[in-house]
Design a protein around this ligand. Structure first.
Ligand code: AMP
Length: 392
């Protein structure tokens, strides 16, 4: 019998999947159903990176889940699914841990949809599809907001009338599965640093930073939605709310048009006029691409400064996410501007993508730790069904 847990990360037209054994960090298989709809494609590979033959109906999320499981069952005919873990972007103000899904929780999470209209419906659709396909298997929701529930009130409040805070208009913070993984990994690799003041820079197509004190989130750059803070691939990051009033009042833009502008046309794409992808911008030879990278680096520099002020100093800076884990140039440029806080990059280590990229004498340690959100979800799913003691 191959007992396993399945992790699902459902987006609007994609489904990221991984199949983990009962114990251990390496998935048996992983992959992505992309462009779910008439042109859907499914790519799965095993632990050795060998492609698994996979076909099926990819017109809906339900179809994609069935196709994924058909493929897994063809390779592991004795597969026994113990639990399914789901990434859910929003868990609201009270969920500080993963939770087993029931109809009551689903209804609660549906009420949070107005807070994350672009992500939450797809996450919940993924859960419903999995519940229909596997009625007897426990489903576990893992929230991107949960890790930040340790934030003090000053960190999660806006200076708006209090009634708005009470109805949920507050800073939730996101990328919490990634930060949870990094906090755990840091505690394993460098316990003395994990007890201190740490800033984690999750720099990917979505980007944010989190200030950790003794492994707990104190503040982050993302706020009420996953739009705030750093500029991202296509999202704007922090913007003066007066700009939105101008767009509405003077340009007559609708909420839908502004949403499209802020979520899909801004960030690196908007600034460069070329691409949301850092690799493309680094290879491009246009002034706009250079300015887009410069803006990204500047905003990172500024947010590290702000978060270090919250922590009263900094002991370690950790890079993760596609840009943080791979772009030597972006890491170097951010670090070069932070010499005043004891950051001193070792260019050889940075070029080699070493786990520690600061010099031995630097006051502040700079590390690169590849994040692993799927593993956090798998651990939570295992914990929920008693296969291990605690999630994350
Ligand atoms: P993620 O959303 O975490 O998958 O990160 C995607 C981002 O990482 C994109 O902007 C990619 O261009 C960027 N990225 C991935 N690999 C590299 C690389 N080798 N150099 C620079 N940027 C990279």
């Amino acid at each position: 019998m191959t007992r396993a847990v399945l992790t699902l990360n459902a987006g609007s037209s994609s489904l990221k999947v991984a199949l983990f054994p009962e114990t251990g960090d390496m998935p048996l298989a992983s992959g992505l159903a992309d462009r779910i709809g008439p042109d859907g494609v499914l790519k799965l590979k095993d632990a050795q990176g060998v492609a698994l033959a996979s076909t099926g109906d990819l017109t809906t999320h339900e179809g994609a889940i069935t196709a994924v499981m058909d493929c897994f069952r063809a390779h592991w005919p004795d597969l026994d699914l113990c639990a399914i873990g789901h990434r859910v972007v929003h868990g609201g103000a009270h969920h500080a841990k993963p939770a087993i899904v029931d109809e009551h929780l689903l209804a609660e999470l549906e009420r949070l949809t107005p807070f994350a209209p672009l992500h939450q419906p797809h996450n919940l659709a993924g859960i419903r599809a999995a519940m229909a396909a596997f009625p007897g298997v426990p489903q576990v929701a893992c929230f991107d907001t949960a890790f930040h529930r340790t934030n003090p009130w000053v960190s999660d409040s806006f200076a708006l009338p209090r009634a708005l805070y009470d109805e949920g208009v507050r800073r939730y913070g996101f990328h919490g599965l990634s930060y949870g993984y990094i906090a755990g990994e840091l505690a394993r690799r460098a316990p003395h640093l994990a007890e201190g003041r740490v800033i984690v820079a999750h720099l990917g197509n979505g980007a944010s930073m989190c200030a950790l004190q003794n492994g707990r989130s104190m503040a982050s750059t993302m706020g009420f939605t996953a739009l705030d803070g750093l500029p991202m691939g296509t999202r704007c990051g922090q913007v003066d709310p007066g700009v939105l009033l101008y767009l509405m009042d003077q340009k007559g833009m609708t909420a839908a048009q502004i949403s499209d502008l802020l979520y899909r046309q801004s960030g690196l794409l908007g600034l460069s006029g070329l691409s949301n992808d850092m690799r493309t911008l680094e290879a491009a030879n246009t002034p706009e691409a250079a300015q887009a990278i410069e803006h990204f680096v500047f905003r990172c520099q500024r947010e590290v400064g702000g978060l270090a002020a919250v922590l009263g100093g900094i002991d370690a800076l950790i890079f993760c996410g596609g840009i943080g884990e791979n772009s030597r140039a972006v890491r170097a440029r951010i670090c070069e501007r932070l010499g005043w806080m004891g950051i001193d990059i070792d260019y050889g280590r940075n070029a080699a993508n070493d786990p520690v990229i600061s010099t031995d004498l630097a006051r502040t340690t700079v590390m690169v730790i590849p994040t692993n959100e799927e593993l956090v979800i798998a651990r939570a799913a295992r914990a929920a069904v008693g296969l291990m003691e605690d999630a994350a």
